[in-house]
Design a protein around this ligand. Sequence first.
Ligand SMILES: *Cc1c(COP(=O)(O)O)cnc(C)c1O
Length: 392
Amino acid sequence: MEKFIPLSIPNFEGNEKKYVDDALEQGWVSTGGEYINKLEKDLAGFLHADNVAACQSGTSAIHMALVDIGVEPNDIVLVSPLTFIAAVNPIRYQFAEPVFIDCDDSLCIDPIKLKKFCQEECNYVDGRLLHKGHIVKAVIVVHVFGNMADMESLIDIAETYNLKVVEDATEALGTYYTRGRYEGKFAGTIGHYGAYSFNGNKIITTGGGGAITANSFKVVDHVRYLSTQAKDDPCFYVHNEVGFNYRMTNLQAALGVAQVEKLPEFIARKQSNYDIYKKEFSGFEFASLVTFRVGIESNKWFYSLEINREKITASMSDIISKLQKKGIQTRAIWGLINEQKPYLECESYMIEKAVYYAERILNIPCSTQITEDEILYVSSEIKRLLEELANE
Ligand SMILES: *Cc1c(COP(=O)(O)O)cnc(C)c1O
């Protein structure tokens, strides 16, 4: 068989089949059942959070956070353009508008530019931040690739300007601070809301699924209520709000309970595989492995190479297709959201680093099952290719 090393595939080495079979046998396949409750408890335990609600996707978690905040038509929500579009679309579900703020070298939103925007482009009146007459309600902070944004600075800014902070921790389940004001705090448990995703490519998966936590027990309960059609009574159909069909199913949760059991091991594998890549690319002239913030323990979910554009002018698609021929699946970072059709008319603020990184980042194979031999093969083939391209 020809060699093929995928970018990122799920890992079902644990109790997945056993628990899914069990859920099927019990007949609890839909939005009720013991596995949902267990998954919520297990996640809360892992994150040291007091309440977690399991839902249908990371996107729905972010959407419900915005609903709970009270984001309304024409409100403004701040977000970095260097992200997966699922972090931005829920703003539009509420008929609100994003304003795009640049990222910094962590690939996450830049607190310095965020602060400058609030100071220089907005007015703070009666506890409300106004930009061109519209209320800036929230900032969505994406912890890109398992890194952690600078939460100390971001929370300070949010407190100064009365902004709600939604952490998009969909890529950073298990990342936490090891020092500073938030020592021991996990990504997603620092801001007002934290969203997680269990899509197929994330560090754990339920096929499709997500979870949400918040800084108050009652808020999480409210979001759980919203996710089940805002049903007020278990027997009679009484609804006092517009709800959603956003609840996770018990079948998905069965998969999730097994995956959470393996989560510490998955993180350890991601971390040690990262170290092998790091050794392989240390001192390499044409690309370097992107590092994670100092003062955090990262889940090291995704590995990024930064291509040296002084030396290599080949397009990303050229690099990716040449590696594909060697059986190595890689991908470019996302297209910037402010350049996507639905968002072309939106305001962008000081976007520089996002453009810089969009041209340079190549994501390389990072599945938990990848072997050391495969990592060595991937590294040597990438180095060989980049050396060739540099000489062209
Ligand atoms: C995966 C992802 C999401 C969305 O999660 P889904 O579960 O696929 O809806 C949101 N934001 C980022 C940054 C992601 O990587």
